[in-house]
Design a protein around this ligand. Structure first.
Ligand code: ADP
Ligand code: MG
Length: 245
């Protein structure tokens, strides 16, 4: 018997009213893999990520995470989200809390950490994202790249089994993109399972095991990184790559 995939998305559809945004989306992610999700704006990438942590319930289809159907009981959504870290384009840090407090909050509230232990964890995570000296800074005293690394550290504080990134560097100035991608690359190399929506193809080349290309709500390409970067891509995906590169 083969092991079930760590994350298995099968035949997922999602509609908003009459608009069908996801069409029969199926793919799987093995433990430790990094998958990069690309595709034109409006193709459904964010919606697909949001379905995986039930920020949006799929209209139908199946999503199994660690062997368990997540859509079975939506009352368990909080438990699921506690295991899945999500990083957004606009950081979404708590503006009135400094870096270390942003990271401490969820471990204290959700995992029952003491203030002391949460602080230790936050300090350790700030080291991991290479800004140990920014602990006392409020978000608006940090650069965009530093804010996004605090957001990553905040997600990691919940010891997630899976990380979802939705265009984490799209709001950043070019000189800051690299420092965020470097942290993501290090996490992937350490074995963090992740699904990343990004058009940073240098990162995809370095970190991705698999590339998925979406268009108009459908997954039209799902290839190993070797095949994809070896040039064996569909004409449509190639056309998209030519536009973004
Ligand atoms: P992408 O992330 O690839 O740019 P999205 O998943 O954000 O695409 O959006 C896919 C489509 O779904 C778009 O047409 C968008 O307008 C629509 N959409 C996304 N979220 C909602 C929503 N909450 N209500 C209605 N339409 C939505
Ligand atoms: Mg999006």
């Amino acid at each position: 018997m083969t092991n079930p995939a760590f994350l298995e998305v099968t035949g997922v559809n999602k509609s908003f009213g009459p608009l069908q945004v996801l069409k029969e989306c199926s793919f799987s992610v093995n433990k430790g893999e990094t998958v990069v999700l690309i595709g034109p704006s409006g193709s459904g990438k964010s919606t697909l990520l949001r379905c995986i942590n039930l920020l949006e319930p799929p209209s139908d289809g199946s999503i199994r995470f660690q062997g368990k159907e997540i859509t079975e009981d939506l009352r368990n959504a909080d438990k699921l989200r506690a295991q899945i870290g999500m990083v957004f384009q606009n950081f979404e840090l708590f503006q009135h809390l400094n870096a270390v407090e942003n990271i401490m909050l969820a471990p204290m509230k959700v995992l029952g950490y003491s203030r002391h232990d949460a602080h230790d964890l936050a300090v350790e995570l700030l080291k991991k994202v290479h800004i140990p000296d920014r602990a006392d800074h409020l978000p608006d005293e940090l650069s965009g790249g530093q804010q996004q690394r605090v957001a990553i550290a905040r997600a990691l504080a919940m010891k997630p089994k899976l990380m979802l990134y939705d265009e984490p560097t799209s709001a950043l100035d070019p000189e800051m993109i690299r420092e965020v991608l470097d942290v993501m690359t290090e996490l992937s190399a350490d074995g963090m399972t992740s699904v990343c929506v990004t058009h940073e193809m240098g990162f995809a080349r370095r970190a991705a095991d698999r590339i998925i290309f979406m268009e108009q709500g459908s997954i039209i390409e799902n290839a190993s990184s070797d095949v994809f970067f070896g040039g064996e891509v569909s004409p449509r995906a190639q056309q998209f790559l030519n536009q973004i590169l």
